[in-house]
Design a protein around this ligand. Structure first.
Ligand SMILES: [Mn+2]
Length: 279
């Protein structure tokens, strides 16, 4: 996670400062650039799946894969959704960020904030041992269900350790799966929203199920977020978030800065410090 986070920070800094302003970069060329940053990291073996880099309306195609025919220039407006991951000898990553590459609309900001709220509400959950993923899935969906919106993919899949990026037995999704979430399991947390022909938004981190102490009727569990990468602050409508969600967000960003900054040069540190400053 540290190595992947360092590569992602270098990539995001490049994308915002050089890539997008050049007016030359495309979905395929930024995918190649991200690969280059990751390949420099220790223990890097390869990608854990084909990158999904979808600009604007391509972000609304859940399993989009750019081809030379569909490849779009990334302009200085709207959202670029990047879902990617890598295999390292010491672990497997899977992360999605939706990046505001320029001004975004009020609707885009509202949907982005709803997805972020669902992501955070799942990440903050505490639950009795024996709980299955389906019982927690509602936490990630409630903010958009309240707007009569939904997404038709799972919220979370298991992730192996230098193994399959999608693996069982646990999951967090609307469909039934009787496997409880147990300490040590790594699962994704990836709510999203897709408006055909317009834009797509997804925010994905990997979460580790951990012991949270005992209480009434037995033991309780919670999640530790493992992925270390800033979540774009630009599209957030702070007034839509609760005090607890803002606190989680700020403390997550504080952790990202604290753990990644020792690996970065001064310029990169300054960029990350701004990207992770408090809401
Ligand atoms: Mn995933």
């Amino acid at each position: 996670m540290l190595h992947d986070g360092v590569a992602l920070v270098r990539f995001l800094k490049w994308l915002k400062e050089e890539g997008v302003p050049s007016g030359q970069e495309t979905e395929l060329s930024v995918d190649k650039k991200l690969h280059e940053f990751r390949a420099l990291q220790p223990h890097y073996i390869g990608e854990s799946f084909d990158t999904i880099a979808g600009y604007e309306e391509h972000g609304a195609i859940v399993h989009y894969s750019a081809t030379p025919e569909t490849d779009s220039i990334i302009k200085s407006k709207g959202f670029l959704l990047i879902d990617s991951g890598a295999q390292y000898l010491n672990g497997t990553t899977d992360i999605t960020r939706t990046i505001a590459v320029g001004p975004t609309t009020e609707d885009e900001n509202k949907d982005y904030t709803l997805i972020l709220k669902g992501h955070i509400d799942l990440a903050m959950s505490v639950f009795p041992k024996g709980t299955i993923g389906r019982q927690l899935d509602v936490l990630a969906r409630m903010p958009i269900w309240q707007q009569h919106k939904n997404y038709l993919h799972g919220t979370g899949h298991g992730v192996g350790h230098f193994l399959s990026v999608h693996e069982g037995p646990q999951s967090i999704r609307m469909e039934q799966n009787e496997t409880p979430l147990l300490p040590g399991m790594v699962t994704s947390n990836e709510p999203g929203i897709y408006l055909e022909g317009q834009y797509g938004i997804r925010i994905e981190n990997l979460i580790l199920t951990r012991e949270d102490g005992s209480g009434m009727f037995g033991d309780y569990l919670s999640f530790e977020t493992l992925t270390l990468c800033p979540i774009d602050k630009e599209p957030i409508i702070k007034e839509m978030m609760t005090k607890e969600e803002i606190e989680w967000f700020n403390s997550y960003h504080h952790k990202v800065y604290t753990l990644l900054s020792p690996f970065l040069n001064d310029e990169e540190k300054e960029w990350l410090s701004n990207a992770t400053s408090e809401l």
